[in-house]
Design a protein around this ligand. Structure first.
Ligand code: PFF
Length: 477
């Protein structure tokens, strides 16, 4: 059997893993959730959870992947009798998340084009429409949104076809530093706008969202805990095999524990930076009653911000939406890779050769169908039937396919996957398996073993149960 080709360097691995973590969740999820859930207090709770759950699950996933040298499905099959089916949850999550990720990524490409149109006063610019008008027109133009969604799927496909070292690593090694640089440029512009300080207060000052009348009342502690926990899992790409997959391509010599810490810190830092780029601008130039979260923040409020910035607006618009495209692509390639690695490994082990191109194509065709469904639905604008109609209007669930897919993947499957992984490591195969993998041939010492041991057995599963319960409650009750 041919040797499995992986990441060429630790830096390449880190850029890919951070690229997977940094995505739409950092840009439109974290800043607003932080603002409405207690500002600085939320940040402290988030950081505690990142240490007690995020770091633990990250180390666990990377170690399972590297130890087995297999993707999510096979890793569980090799290691466990009771949990051998868990990897499949990851494959299902990957398809579901990709369905809306590619649709939203496609919209971002459309906004890059639109801002180019505005820069050159061309016909494909805003054409006198405001943010609401532009987004409304895109949502009801099903052909246009499907085309943009499919362009995004094709970009993802081409990178994944290039392989882990040749496609994913190359893209992320250039894309992530570029994203970071562009983010700094946007932050400098945003925080120096008159009125920007309101956005900073909203994000950091506890209780400011209530005082300013943005939300009616402060959320309960349980509510904050589950919001922070759910956000953290999605943001760190945990609980669905992405880090198992990337870990399986990492060289045995590299220090997994250190890498896990770097990924968690970098993702949190970029989420905070995204808040600094987005909220001050949205408060300063977003207009009365502007939406501060979700698709409307990105595609309505921020477009209004760029339109209100004067001559340089389109330039900042291009930089901003391009950086969001980079963040989204570097996440969606890791989602597709979860699926592709599984089938490539399977075909290798059956002696049928690599077949990466074939499986990337088949998986992408399926993703393209799901993505087209989300686009045709246009966030519920076009009256398409959606399952669970009885839940419509309940917190977190609107009458649209995007929310439906999100509810199952982010709401249930990801926290469940992470919980099951901890139970397997803690109680079936034992945490020493992870320690041995980390200490490996290079003799790196696992400094946090005592902490890992207690957390993976008891603390993390208990917190995971709370988070899962909170998530299910917020979606279903
Ligand atoms: N971490 C990504 C975000 O914050 O947007 C979402 C994501 C990407 C989740 C990749 C899971 C994954 F495997």
């Amino acid at each position: 059997m041919e040797e499995r080709k992986g990441f060429g360097s630790n830096f390449g691995f880190l850029m890919a893993a951070i690229g997977s973590a940094v995505g739409l969740g950092n840009i439109w999820g974290f800043p607003f959730k932080m603002g409405i859930s207690g500002g600085f207090t939320f940040l402290v709770i988030y950081l505690v959870l990142a240490a007690l759950c995020g770091f633990i699950v990250m180390v666990g996933e990377l170690a399972l992947g590297r130890k087995t040298g297999k993707g999510a499905v096979a890793a569980y099959q090799v290691l466990s009798k009771k949990f051998k089916w868990v990897g499949w949850l990851g494959i299902v999550s990957a398809f579901l998340i990709m369905s809306f990720y590619c649709a939203l990524g496609g919209y971002c490409i459309k906004y890059v084009v639109l801002n180019f149109g505005n820069l050159f006063h061309a016909g494909f610019g805003s054409n006198g429409l405001d943010g609401n008008g532009i987004f409304g027109a895109l949502m009801t133009n099903q052909v246009e949104s499907v085309i943009y969604g499919l362009i995004f799927v094709v970009i993802t496909l081409l990178i994944v076809m290039g392989g882990v070292g040749g496609g994913i690593e190359k893209f992320c090694t250039i894309g992530m530093p570029a994203l970071f640089f562009m983010l700094i440029v946007v932050i400098i512009r945003a925080v120096t706008l008159p009125g920007a300080v309101e956005g900073l207060k909203f994000m950091f000052v506890p209780g400011y969202a209530v005082t300013a009348g943005i939300v009616e009342k402060a959320p309960s502690f349980m509510n904050v805990l589950s919001t922070a926990g759910g956000q953290m899992f999605f943001s760190l790409s945990l609980g669905m095999g992405a880090m198992i997959t990337y870990g399986s391509y990492l060289d045995k010599k590299q220090n997994l524990e250190k890498n896990a810490i770097i990924i968690v810190i970098a993702d949190t830092m970029i989420a905070l930076m995204a808040g600094l780029a987005v909220l001050p601008a949205a408060f300063a130039l977003g207009g009365e009653g502007a939406s501060m979260a979700g698709p409307k923040l990105l595609f309505v409020t921020l477009q209004n911000v760029f339109d209100n910035m004067g001559g340089v607006g389109p330039i900042f618009g291009i930089i901003f939406y391009l950086l969001v495209v980079l963040a989204a692509v570097s996440s969606s390639i890791s989602l597709l890779e979860v699926i592709v690695t599984h089938f490539v490994d399977k075909s290798e082990s059956e002696g049928k050769g690599d077949q990466r191109k074939k499986y990337s194509l088949i998986a992408s065709v399926l993703v393209a169908f799901l993505c087209a469904l989300v686009c045709v639905d246009g966030l519920g604008s076009n009256g398409i039937w959606v399952p669970f109609q009885s839940l419509v209007g309940v917190r977190g669930f609107n009458d649209c396919w995007l929310d439906f897919f999100d509810m199952i993947s982010e709401g249930v499957l990801m926290p469940l996957g992470a919980l099951l992984m901890c139970l397997m490591i803690g109680w079936e195969i034992g945490p020493k398996v992870v320690k041995d993998e980390i200490e490996g041939p290079e003799g790196h010492k696992m400094t946090a073993y005592g902490f890992f041991n207690v957390c993976v057995k008891v603390v993390t599963p208990l917190l995971m149960l709370l988070i899962l319960w909170g998530q299910i409650q917020s979606f279903f009750f």
